[in-house]
Each structure stands twice: as structure tokens, then as C-alpha cells.
Ligand binder design. Structure first.
Ligand SMILES: Cc1ncc(COP(=O)(O)O)c(C=O)c1O
Length: 366
């Protein structure tokens, strides 16, 4: 054990850090379909808002992001006391873990789902319990979640990496019986048919986490938020970094949220491209989960109709060598034969389709 390991806290010694998807340098010419970013730039209004704010950068930002909170409260018809802002929704998830989990209070998550929950638990020194899916239909394991006895449960809805949208009635069924704190991670919900905001009126133990990284094209600015009961928000607020959102992010976020026309336009385009691409994949005989997100989870078919981790890995490597980045998840039996593809512009998906067809030709000849 070297000097630093000897001085490291025991929690950190056991910690498994989160590994984000590859973020290549902008100088590299790649088609980036691996981390579910939006292919469209953010609303033009962001530029002006940020430009005007630059002069004020000598002053600290508003610590509670008050104007942004009001803007979000109005958007969802809630009160400002029901909103907290995060430096990305990862910051919100971190606050939830810090406040409601420790070495005695267990956390829960769907297995597989967003792997960050696991690292947040490990850095907190808490145990995280993975509730598995029955099979790769990714139906919600309702009873198992209720009976998990987790003090806080992280439920990714719509689900990642499958893209599956869960019925509001199933979420309600869980909330009716589950006795802990429920976090619905709605990072992708703007691409879905339903969201759970209406449930906030009924359940004080519900936290809904949202991101501006996907549907608002602001992954680089780092803004997310949570909606919950005023009591839970005031608890989360105690654990928040004092100035967790800088001035540029506060005004940039308000600007994108107010440009509803652009938001609706880009969202519609992405959903259209997603649904067309889904049809194409189905026509090749690739099993593809109907998606309520801006990505598709699909099972490539190799030579002699083979569907396996090796076929998925082979497609991933082929596309990588052709400068197209997608994601695959070999570590879990339910996901290993699938790949996850973020929805780009229609022209980008068309380039991807051409490359996949080349791969299919190679597979036939193999
Ligand atoms: C399910 C899920 N939740 C949260 C996030 C984090 O988003 P943000 O950029 O707002 O931190 C991601 C990012 O990929 C995600 O997939």
C-alpha cells in the first residue's frame, strides 16, 4: 500500500468510478451517436443571453438560481418551492443519494439502468440493490421494486439503455405501495408520450429529475433540475453546493426554456427520425425496443441469423473503424447482444444505415 492509499478513506478505497461514454476531441471527424446528445444546436436565443451576461461575471451568481426556478415552476405549473436546480441532472441524482442513503440506508435501482447510480452509492459508502428485469422485454418489475425495502429508489423512466417507456399506471401502482423515497429519472421524457409530473400532487415522497442535456441541446452547459414536495426540496437544498450553477448556465437555461417553438420543432424532428429508423431496423429483422427516448436499442443480426454479444461487439468495432461511435454494454446478459444508437439528424442516420449495410454484406461473406 503506497503513501496515498494508506491515507485514503475506506469508502474511496472501495469506490468504483463512473466511466462516461467516449468524448472525442472536436478536431476528430466522427459521427457521434454514443451519448444521446441532441444533433441540433441550442436555440439561437442562448447566444444573446450568455453574451449579455458576460459583463456580470465579476459578480457571484444567485445561489438558488431563483429566476430559473421560477421559469421552470411556471413551465410545469408548480410552485418555486417545488424546484431545485442542479449542475446537470447528475448533480441532482448526487444530492438525492447524499440526503437519503448511507451505510445503513440502502439505495435501489433497476438492473441494468444508468450506471452512475452505482458509483454515487459507492462514494457515499451505501449499499445499492439492483432489481433485475425478467427478460429483455424490460417490463417494469413492480412487485420487486415495492418489496426492495430500499430507502431511496432510482427508477429511470423512460428506461435507459433500453429506451422503454413505462406506463403511468404502473408507476402509480409502485408509488401507492412503496414506502421509501422514489426518484423518477426523466432525463429522456420529452421524447416520450407521458410524464409523471401529475403524480407530484399525490405523492410527497416522489422526486422527478430532469435534464436540459438531451431535449434542449445543452449537454455542454450542465443544467438539470428536480421537482418534488417543498419538504424534500428544502432537504436537498441543504446538501447543494452554494453556487452550483454559474451565471452563464442560469441565463442560458432560461433562454432555451422560453423558446418553446424551437424546442417543439427539434423534438418533432428527432422523434420522426427515430421512428423511421426503427422501421428500417425492424425491416432487417433486428429486434428493437419501442423507444420513448432519443436513442434506439437494437439487436443486430449477424451471419446465419446469429444474435449475440460477439455480433454486437463486431458491429460496434466495425462502426468505430468507420468513425461512427455508438454504445454497447457487454457487461450484462440482458444487454450484451444489443447496441444503443443515439438519434442524429436524418442525414446522419442515413450515413449510418449505409455503413451498417456494408457491415451486413461483410457478415454474409464471412
Ligand atoms: C438516465 C440518465 N440520467 C441522467 C443523465 C445525466 O444527464 P445530465 O447531462 O443532465 O447530467 C443521463 C446522461 O446520459 C442519463 O442517461
Amino acid at each position: 500500500m503506497d503513501f496515498f492509499e494508506k491515507h485514503l478513506s475506506s469508502t474511496l478505497q472501495a469506490h468504483v468510478p463512473y466511466v462516461p461514454g467516449k468524448q472525442p476531441s472536436l478536431k476528430e471527424e466522427v459521427l457521434k451517436l454514443n451519448t444521446n446528445e441532441n444533433p441540433y444546436p441550442p436555440s439561437e436565443s442562448v447566444k444573446n443571453a450568455i453574451f449579455e451576461e458576460i459583463e456580470k461575471l465579476r459578480l457571484y451568481p444567485n445561489p438558488q438560481s431563483l429566476e430559473l426556478r421560477t421559469c421552470i415552476a411556471e413551465l410545469h405549473n408548480l410552485s418555486q418551492e417545488q424546484i431545485i436546480i442542479g449542475n446537470g441532472s447528475d448533480d441532482i441524482l448526487n444530492l438525492c443519494m447524499r440526503c437519503f442513503s448511507d451505510h445503513q440506508l440502502k439505495a435501489g435501482m433497476l438492473d441494468p439502468s444508468y450506471s452512475l447510480y452505482r458509483s454515487l452509492a459507492s462514494i457515499q459508502g451505501s449499499q445499492i440493490l439492483g432489481v433485475p428485469f425478467k427478460d429483455d422485454d424490460f417490463d417494469l418489475p413492480i412487485r420487486e421494486i415495492i418489496e426492495s425495502n430500499a430507502n431511496i429508489f432510482f427508477l429511470t423512466s423512460p428506461h435507459a439503455p433500453s429506451g422503454k417507456e413505462f406506463e403511468l399506471s404502473s408507476l402509480k401502482q409502485i408509488l401507492n405501495s412503496y414506502e421509501g423515497i422514489m426518484v423518477l429519472d426523466e432525463a429522456y421524457v420529452d421524447f416520450a408520450k407521458e410524464n409523471a409530473v401529475s403524480l407530484l400532487n399525490e405523492f410527497d415522497n416522489l422526486i422527478i429529475s430532469r435534464s436540459l442535456s438531451k431535449s434542449y441541446s445543452l449537454a455542454g452547459l450542465r443544467v438539470g433540475y428536480a421537482m418534488s414536495s417543498p419538504k424534500i426540496i428544502s432537504i436537498l437544498d441543504q446538501a447543494r453546493e452554494v453556487y452550483n450553477l454559474d451565471r452563464l448556465a442560469q441565463v442560458g437555461a432560461q433562454a432555451v426554456l422560453k423558446d418553446r417553438k424551437y424546442f417543439e420543432f427539434t423534438k418533432k424532428e428527432i422523434i420522426k427520425t427515430r421512428d423511421q429508423f426503427h422501421q428500417e431496423l425492424i425491416s432487417w429483422g433486428w429486434r428493437t425496443i419501442p423507444s420513448g427516448t432519443n436513442f434506439l436499442f437494437t439487436q443486430p443480426v449477424g451471419k446465419a441469423n446469429e444474435r449475440s454479444a460477439s455480433v454486437a461487439g463486431n458491429l460496434f468495432e466495425f462502426l468505430l473503424s468507420n468513425k461512427i461511435l455508438i454504445r454497447y454494454f457487454p457487461e450484462n446478459a440482458l444487454t450484451s447482444s444489443y447496441v444503443r444508437i443515439s438519434i442524429g439528424k436524418a442525414s446522419e442516420i442515413s450515413i449510418l444505415i449505409d455503413k451498417i449495410k456494408l457491415w451486413q454484406d461483410q457478415e454474409i461473406r464471412r
